[in-house]
Design a protein around this ligand. Structure first.
Ligand code: GLU
Length: 296
């Protein structure tokens, strides 16, 4: 799927309206969509592949965000994170014969996604992780499985209404994100934090003028504070979310792409969207076409 600027903006407005109405972006404590866990999965994979090892071990470590409603969220007392990214993780694990309760969920923040993959701290990163050439130079990124675009979150009484208005203002985002680099290029003074939840607090208490990141993330926060916050401006970047894996295991790319394509074909991808971001009432988008994997 490639949204035109108009369609993306219309989707954002719809999503904002829906989220504001429901106040819920897949963050109500339920465990998301059901997945079909494969029987005898290990036999499906060649000996020596990382998929075979993981299937035989019966567990997998997946890095997701814990503070992004609708995308990846885990409250202090929740057993499992919820959101569209954990749903993708459940689909991939199920193909290896691993049930959701056997997944080890690890919190990743934007700045530690590459190091966690390189060190083996996690097997996969599924964490609003935009595909970029710089990242693909040091880790694998299969996909995209979802496409969104950067927008702004401001207080309801803010005068910021267009991208031009950010010049000379202070705008926060997260260190290690594509968003922080992009907003600096627009003439704003960037303020980097470790997490988006810290950044949104700065907007709420007036320390900064706006927060910027992917629209899908901002809408989840706007839904949590519908009277105080709003999402503004048309998406001004294309963020193509990929599944991160280690370059030590290049064979994982084809497996990730094929498993997600199967989920797109059999309805599991749509079920995952509807159980999370789609709870706002936004129409389920057409899934994007994944890039070809590099030769393994
Ligand atoms: N998708 C962007 C990125 O990967 C921003 C969101 C995030 O930081 O997770 O940098």
């Amino acid at each position: 799927m490639r949204l035109t600027r108009f369609k993306a903006a219309a989707a954002a407005v719809l999503l904002t309206a829906g989220l504001a109405a429901c106040g819920d972006a897949g963050n109500d404590g339920d465990s998301g969509a059901d997945v079909d866990v494969q029987d005898n999965a290990a036999e499906e994979f060649d000996t020596g592949t990382r998929m075979r090892e993981l299937a035989e071990s019966g567990t997998i470590k997946i890095g997701v965000k814990f503070d992004q409603p609708g995308i990846g969220f885990k409250g202090a007392t929740d057993d499992m994170p919820v959101g569209f990214d954990p749903e993708m993780g459940k689909i991939l694990a199920a193909d290896l014969g691993i049930a959701p309760e056997d997944i080890t969920w690890v919190e990743t923040i934007s700045a530690n996604r590459e190091p966690f993959l390189q060190s083996g701290e996690v097997d996969l990163v599924i964490a609003s992780y935009s595909i970029t050439d710089e990242r693909r130079a040091v880790v694998g990124q299969a996909g995209p499985y979802y496409v969104t675009g950067q927008q702004l979150l401001v207080r309801s009484d803010s005068d910021i209404a267009s991208l031009e208005d950010v010049a000379g203002t202070e705008v926060c985002s997260v260190t290690g994100s594509t968003s922080l680099e992009n907003i600096e290029a627009e003439g704003a003074t960037p303020r980097g934090f470790d997490t988006y939840s810290e950044c949104v607090d700065q907007v709420l208490n007036g320390t900064v003028d706006a927060m910027t990141t992917d629209g899908a993330i901002l809408l989840g926060y706007a839904a949590e504070h519908p009277d105080e916050l709003k999402v503004v401006v048309d998406p001004f970047s294309e963020e193509r979310y990929g599944v991160g894996y280690s370059l030590d295991h290049p064979e994982m790319c084809e497996w990730i792409v094929e498993t997600i394509e199967e989920a797109e074909d059999d309805g599991a991808w749509a079920d995952a969207f509807e159980a999370t971001l789609g709870k706002s009432g936004v129409e389920t988008p057409e899934p994007p076409t994944a890039d070809a994997c590099p030769a393994a």
